[in-house]
Design a protein around this ligand. Sequence first.
Ligand code: UDP
Length: 193
Amino acid sequence: NSKIHILNTSFDHISRSQLMAELDGRINNATKTFLVTANPEIVYYAEKNPTYQKIIDQADFVIADGYGVILASKIIRNPLPEKIPGFEVMCELLARGNSHGWSAYFLGAKRDVIEQAISNIKVNYPHLTIAGFHDGYFSDSSEIVKELEDTKPDLVFVALGFPKQEKWIHEQFSEMEKGLFIGVGGSFDVLAG
Ligand code: UDP
């Protein structure tokens, strides 16, 4: 994919349908993937925090989460095709996972929120395998990492808010064999709705 830069963040020049097709292919080939859905706050924070910027730079895909990024791309006269909100990517992955029988792990949010989100996911995506889930308030990741290593899910949704979620994914990523890892912010609160 071609890239465009907004401040120091390099975005993939990709449409939503292209992105979903590429992700589908990578999941079916068990190609490990780190996807960042970046909004202006993330771009700005990364600019100020080189360690976080380095993490974003290592993602396989950086996509425009909201209209603010699209607007910035227009201002620099290199417009990105469309916004691709993280919440919508998650819902589309859940739907594809439901059709293909993928497995998914969910990390983040408060305990009652994640439990409610999981029960809603089971109703709405009955053929998706729930590899496991954990709330987002923990001090030691080792139990979660062990569960991921044991279950090797196709999809790993991490809802710890930025920058925590991308940092957490980065810390674990090299040890993982497969899976699409994506930080999804407050999405579980919406799913628990
Ligand atoms: N969260 C979490 N652990 C933390 C901090 C936040 O699980 O240590 C969860 C929080 O419960 C919420 C989600 O992260 O479900 C997103 O939080 P926020 O709305 O602050 O992040 P943003 O959407 O702005 O990235």
